[in-house]
Write a protein that binds this ligand. Structure first.
Ligand code: COA
Length: 561
């Protein structure tokens, strides 16, 4: 059996009570060693806390917005099976890695050389000080991705001098004191380690000079400094886009993305894993609107941006943008983060909506007989701890219709020229949970009785509501049923769960007067709404499918066993 190990926040330097800005995994997710689990952010650095080894996330102990410190348990990991003999050793190693903070440097090493010189310096005196890379944990030969200052720049204490980036963290090296930059010793792309000198400054040590300096003086000096910079080098901080951007930025070439604005990229509000992802895709973070916690750019934001660029580049014209409005100008507003499920399902729904031309076919099924059978089975089902709702019958009936119309049990091959026909009948059902919509999957519905299906429906719906669904519970569906019958409504247009090609929406069954040729008869009528991908399914086929389904439900044939 797999062992559980606690994953703790490692040595994060001098920081305490650091904010969790992103939780990158969910309970049940499988992770590889070194995959980021959460992202932390201080005002100096953003860093991922990685999985110490491969395994499954058994439980998460933190959420976005929590504050954590070194040693805080963030998750429990079920270590991947590594063979009976190897397991205990692997666990010990991993536990050590996750529970023991990375060896922290000595106090002396933490202090930059400037600190020791400061002690000997009389208050208020100017002193030449080397700015060195502080303790950056276990990293060595780290890439310097941005130089934020130039010679002659006036800097405040704690102002970023250079930005370093590993695949786990992006961090600024701050000025140890306020003062003037005398010389810069590095350039973008250099590799640096703890102790590397990045710049030399004339520091104002003791604080009197800065107190004596009036804001007006400072302003004047800054203006002068910025005039000086404008001659040769880019100004340290500006995020503003210059008007002479490379042409490729305003009009991307076919198949290529705009050039990255490196200085803006370094300052973008994104976690290291997102930065790495963006670099891999060639996405410029400067141009991406962050939808995450406190406006942070997420993986999905990067994906969406790249997709929109590619669509534009391939002549599709891209999606027209919805206006970005400051709603607070009209009244009080509150910005609330979307749930994790919504963040995941939203882009998928949108992808389906934009990629698959949707049409919805509506029909009614007379389920008077089916409902009588259901009611007759209800007490037997209850004795087995099963709630027998119409949905179990509907899913069984869908299998009959999918057998009769196999195109509905297919996916369009990405080449756009073939259908992948599925010979199995795994059916998804949309489940409403407090955190959003999920789609658990019942496998091999064709081989199961209506009792089995109803039992699994109940189990999976409970897991969904309790947030306990695992990836394996949501994979492999051929066709989905979305039932709003327990809530109400007469019809709706569900979005196909692409790459499936159709989805059945079910609304609330109502007793209706139906003309039998001589009289109006009261019949229990179930509204069906079948949305389909018109690239694969024709309207006539959809009408036949829905009619056939209605007939199967009406006759209630072969649905029970
Ligand atoms: N017509 C009339 N009554 C219906 C019905 C229908 N089509 N479907 C269900 N009911 C009744 C059930 O019999 C039950 O009644 P009872 O308690 O008297 O026996 C009641 O409505 C509640 O059923 P419910 O608990 O919802 O069970 P279910 O098996 O129908 O549905 C889920 C289970 C998980 C699918 C459902 O709870 C759910 O989450 N639905 C929302 C799906 C959704 O959000 N879809 C939208 C996607 S765009």
């Amino acid at each position: 059996m797999a062992d559980k190990i606690e994953v703790k926040v490692p040595d994060i330097g001098d920081f305490d009570e650091v904010e969790v800005i992103d939780v990158l995994v969910a309970e049940g997710d499988s992770v590889e060693a070194e995959d980021g689990l959460i992202t932390l952010e201080t005002d100096k650095a953003a860093m991922d806390v990685p999985a110490p080894q491969a395994g499954k996330v058994a439980s998460l102990k933190v959420a976005s917005g929590d504050k954590v410190s070194e040693g805080t348990v963030i998750a429990e990991l079920e270590a991947a099976d590594a063979g009976a003999d190897a397991e205990p050793a692997a666990k010990d190693d991993a536990q050590e890695a996750s529970e023991t903070p990375a060896p922290s440097q000595s106090d002396e090493a933490d202090d930059s050389s400037s600190e020791s010189e400061e002690k000997k310096t009389p208050a208020g005196e100017k002193k030449e000080v080397e700015i060195t890379v502080p303790d950056i944990g276990d990293f060595d030969e780290v890439e310097l991705i941005d130089v934020l200052v130039s010679e002659g720049d006036e800097v405040e204490e704690e102002q970023g001098i250079v930005t370093l980036e590993t695949d786990k963290a992006a961090m600024d090296v701050p000025a140890p004191h306020g003062g003037t930059i005398k010389s810069v010793k590095v350039t973008s792309g250099d590799k640096v380690s703890q102790g590397s000198v990045v710049a030399v400054m004339e520091a104002l040590i003791g604080g009197e000079s800065s107190a004596a300096e009036t804001p007006a003086d400072k302003k004047d000096e800054k203006a002068a400094a910025s005039d000086k910079q404008s001659d040769e080098k880019a100004a340290p901080a500006p995020k503003a886009q210059s008007s002479d951007k490379p042409k490729a930025e305003s009009k991307p070439d076919r198949g290529s993305l705009p050039a990255i604005d490196e200085s803006g990229f370094a300052k973008a509000h994104a976690s290291p894993s997102v930065r790495k992802f963006a670099r891999e895709l060639g996405a410029d973070l400067v141009k991406i609107h962050g939808s995450g916690y406190k406006g942070r750019i997420t993986h999905d934001d990067v994906k969406k941006w790249v997709k929109s660029q590619l669509r534009g580049a391939s002549g599709g014209g891209g999606l027209p943008q919805v206006p970005d409005i400051d709603h607070s100008q009209f009244g009080d507003v509150e910005r609330v983060a979307l749930s994790r499920i919504k963040k995941i399902s939203g882009p998928r729904l949108q992808a389906s909506w934009v990629n698959a031309p949707h049409v919805t076919q509506h029909d009614d099924a007379d389920i008077t007989k089916m409902d009588a059978v259901r009611k007759a089975l209800k007490s037997d089902a209850e004795a087995m701890g099963i709630k027998m709702t119409p949905l179990a019958f509907i899913m069984k009936a869908c299998v009959h219709a999918l057998r009769e119309f196999p195109d509905f049990n297919s996916s369009l091959d990405p080449d756009g020229e073939h259908l992948v026909m599925k010979k199995y009948f795994h059916l998804g059902f949309a489940a409403d949970t407090p955190n959003g919509l999920v789609v658990p999957v019942i496998r091999d519905v064709d081989e199961k009785s209506v009792f089995d299906v109803a039992g699994e429906l109940g189990d999976l719906a409970k897991k969904a509501r309790d947030g306990k669904l695992q990836q394996k519970h949501m994979q492999g569906a051929c066709f989905t049923v979305s039932s709003l019958g327990g809530i109400g409504g007469t019809a709706f247009t569900p979005i196909v769960n692409a790459p499936e090609v159709a989805i059945l929406g079910v609304s609330k069954a109502e007793m209706k007067p139906v003309w039998n040729g001589q009289d109006f008869e009261p019949r229990l009528t179930l509204p069906l709404s079948l949305s389909y991908d018109h690239r694969v399914i024709d309207g006539a086929a959809a009408a036949r499918f829905t009619r056939y389904l209605a007939d199967v439900l009406g006759e209630c044939r072969n649905l029970v066993m």
